[in-house]
Design a protein around this ligand. Structure first.
Ligand code: NAD
Ligand code: TDX
Length: 339
């Protein structure tokens, strides 16, 4: 089987490429990524030179390019991770979120229709459901919760989900969607909460906690997200949405304190800063459908996952120091410029 993974040089996509090559070495993989600021070939170090893995640089919203690629490669399955993914960036510059997250998804699905792709899988997020109140710990997002996005990012992801479902109904495109909670682990870009706090704490810099740090996120170790997507694309029912989450709810301030404890750094580094506009209060996923239908369960506890993540950032300083220095963006030119 030939699997096209878009956005595979990003955080979750890179972990997914590694997961797939390890668990299904009999398949062939194409990784399509535009290498925006968030894409990094160094995150694919373990798979880039394997014989059944090919990296292609390109934009999912470029229809002609996407069509030519599908014509040539004829993938059996498409897994779409490619997106603008950072909420704060969507507040300052929403437009590229609409282009990549909505138009890009549509361009991919049109190519899937034209070339008879067997499954289009959309990697979505729990943020499409909006947020839950802090004083109702009994409430969880299910697959039936209405879409109620808060930020330009989540609105673009919700729009893409609606389009995916419309393509399934109108054109009978065989699709699936996973809506996952917050991921963390190796190769997480250091603009997001956990890697930002780890890398800043290591440099003894202040840790900017938004508002009072009381917002709650449901944290899932990235490998557990990969195993969920793997199950859905191979065994999940077409036309279905599956929520993915770890029952690992934590307040931001408690996550930051856990990181400081792990690093042996003082809590005096914590600096409370102005809140994110429209900041979602709480995300919490009910993952019972994917458990019931596909037997999926997360295997990494938060304590174990945060320990492994902190250790990864300690062991892989070169990866994130190159990002902070901006050097990683020259890697592609150095590696491929003369080819
Ligand atoms: P990321 O920002 O780390 O990676 C995104 C990747 O997409 C990058 O490699 C980037 O170069 C690529 N990309 C961006 N625009 C592109 C374009 N036009 N064409 C081709 N490639 C392009 O994001 P991530 O955290 O790995 O998230 C991956 C997916 O998972 C996204 O769709 C996101 O919405 C979703 N998601 C993320 C989380 C999370 O906690 N990070 C949780 C749930 C869902
Ligand atoms: O400096 C910070 N200080 C802070 O308090 C940053 C960057 C974040 N925060 C807070 C905001 C959130 O409540 O931490 C929480 C997590 O923030 P992010 O890491 O930006 O993630 P979030 O906004 O929850 O979105 C993430 O999870 C869902 C991903 O970035 C999305 O792509 C995914 O869909």
């Amino acid at each position: 089987m030939k699997i096209l993974i878009t956005g595979g040089a990003g955080f979750i996509g890179a972990n997914f490429c590694e997961y797939e090559l390890k668990h299904h070495p009999e398949d062939t993989y194409l990784c399509l990524d535009a290498l925006t600021y968030a894409g990094n070939l160094a995150s694919l170090e373990h798979v880039l030179h394997q014989p059944n893995f090919t990296f292609i640089r390109g934009d999912i919203a470029d229809r002609d390019f996407v069509n030519a690629l599908f014509e040539r490669e004829k993938p059996d399955i498409v897994v779409n991770f490619a997106a603008e993914s950072h909420v704060d960036r969507s507040v300052t510059d929403p437009e590229v979120f609409l282009r990549t997250n909505i138009m890009g998804t549509q361009a991919l699905m049109d190519a899937c229709r034209k070339h008879g792709v067997g499954r289009f899988h959309q990697v979505s997020t729990d943020e499409v459901y909006g947020d839950l109140p802090l004083d109702r710990p009994d409430l969880f997002f299910t697959e039936e919760t209405p879409l109620h996005a808060s930020s330009p990012y989540s609105a673009s992801k919700a729009s893409a989900d609606l389009l995916v479902q419309a393509y399934a109904r109108t054109f009978k495109l065989p699709v699936s969607i996973t809506r996952c909670s917050n991921n963390y682990g190796p190769y997480h870009f250091p603009e997001k909460l956990i890697p930002l706090m780890i890398t800043r704490a290591l440099a003894d810099q202040g840790l900017p906690v938004y508002g009072k740090g009381e917002n709650v996120r449901d944290w899932l170790y990235v490998e557990d997200h990969c195993s969920a997507i793997d199950l859905v694309i191979r065994k999940g029912r077409a036309g279905e949405v599956y929520n993915v989450g770890g029952h690992n709810e934590r307040r931001n301030i408690d996550v930051v304190k856990a990181i400081l404890r792990e690093l042996g750094k003082p809590e005096t580094l914590i600096t409370y800063v102005t809140d994110r506009p429209g900041h979602d209060m709480r995300y919490a996923i009910d993952p019972s459908k994917i458990h019931r239908e596909l037997g999926w369960l997360p295997t990494t506890t938060f304590d174990e996952g945060i320990r492994r993540t902190v250790q990864w950032y300690l062991d892989n300083r070169g990866w994130w120091e190159a990002i902070l220095a901006g050097e990683y963006q020259n890697y592609y030119a150095a590696m491929y410029g003369q080819r």
